[in-house]
Design a protein around this ligand. Structure first.
Ligand code: 5GP
Length: 203
C-alpha cells in the first residue's frame, strides 16, 4: 500500500494556503509537507508550521547533502521540499500535500508521477491578484510586480495540471478542492484489494 501526493500550485496570493488550511481542519491524517525557505517570515506565519525558515548557507548545505526531494528559486529566494518526512508519510499510506511552484511540480512529477494528482489555483485575472497582494500588505511594490510576472509565467503551464480552480468564490473553490481530495481517498490503490475480496467472500 502506498500513499498519494496532492500538489497545489498557483500564484502567491491565489488563496492556496487558505484552501489548504481548511482542508486540513476538516480531514485527519493529511501530511502537509512543510517546505524550507530562505525568505523571511511574514506576519501571521508560524515558524515550523508555515515553513522552516533557514539561511541560504543552510539551504545550500541541504542541497549538497541530498536532503531535498525538489527545490527551486522563486522570487529570489530558495524553497525546497524535504525528502525524508515525505517518504515516511508515503510509506505510511498517507496523502501528502505539497504547495509548490511549477518548477517543483515538474521535478516531483519525474520522481512520483504515478501517485501525483495536481491542482492549479489562480485568481480570475491579474488585476484581482494584484489587489489581493496589495491587501495582504506584506510585500513591497517591487516584490508584488515580481510576483505578478512569475504568476504570468506559471499560468502558461496550467494545461499540465489535472485540475484548475479559479478562485473567485472561496466557498465554491473549497468544495472543488474537497471533491478532488475525497476522490483520492477512494482510489483502488488505497485498499488491500485481496483482503477486501477475501472478506467479501467469507461473510
Ligand atoms: P510564498 O513566498 O508566497 O510563500 O511562496 C512563493 C512560491 O513558492 C509559491 O508559488 C509556492 O507554491 C512556492 N513554494 C513554496 N514552497 C515550495 C517548495 O518547497 N518548493 C517549490 N518548488 N516551491 C515552493
Amino acid at each position: 500500500m502506498s500513499g498519494q501526493i496532492l500538489i497545489l500550485s498557483g500564484p502567491s496570493g491565489s488563496g492556496k494556503s487558505t484552501l489548504l488550511s481548511r482542508l486540513m481542519k476538516e480531514f485527519d491524517g493529511i501530511y502537509f509537507s512543510i517546505s524550507s525557505t530562505t525568505r523571511s517570515i511574514r506576519e501571521g506565519e508560524i515558524a515550523g508550521v508555515s515553513y522552516h525558515y533557514i539561511s541560504e548557507d543552510e539551504f545550500k548545505r541541504g542541497i549538497d547533502e541530498g536532503k531535498f526531494l525538489e527545490w527551486a528559486q522563486v522570487h529570489k529566494n530558495y524553497y525546497g521540499t524535504s525528502l525524508e518526512p515525505v517518504e515516511a508519510a508515503l510509506k505510511a499510506g498517507k496523502i501528502v500535500i505539497f504547495d509548490i511552484d511549477v518548477q517543483g511540480f515538474h521535478l516531483a512529477q519525474k520522481k512520483y508521477g504515478e501517485i501525483i494528482t495536481s491542482v492549479f489555483v489562480t485568481t480570475k485575472n491579474r488585476y484581482e491578484l494584484k489587489k489581493r497582494l496589495k491587501l495582504r500588505g506584506t510585500d513591497s511594490d517591487e516584490v508584488i510586480e515580481n510576483r505578478l510576472f512569475n504568476a504570468a509565467t506559471e499560468m502558461a503551464h496550467i494545461s499540465e495540471y489535472d485540475y484548475l480552480i479559479i478562485n473567485e468564490n472561496l466557498e465554491k473553490s473549497y468544495l472543488d478542492l474537497r471533491a478532488i481530495f475525497s476522490s483520492l481517498l477512494v482510489k483502488v490503490e488505497n485498499y488491500a484489494v485481496n483482503q477486501v475480496i477475501d472478506d467479501w467472500c467469507n461473510k
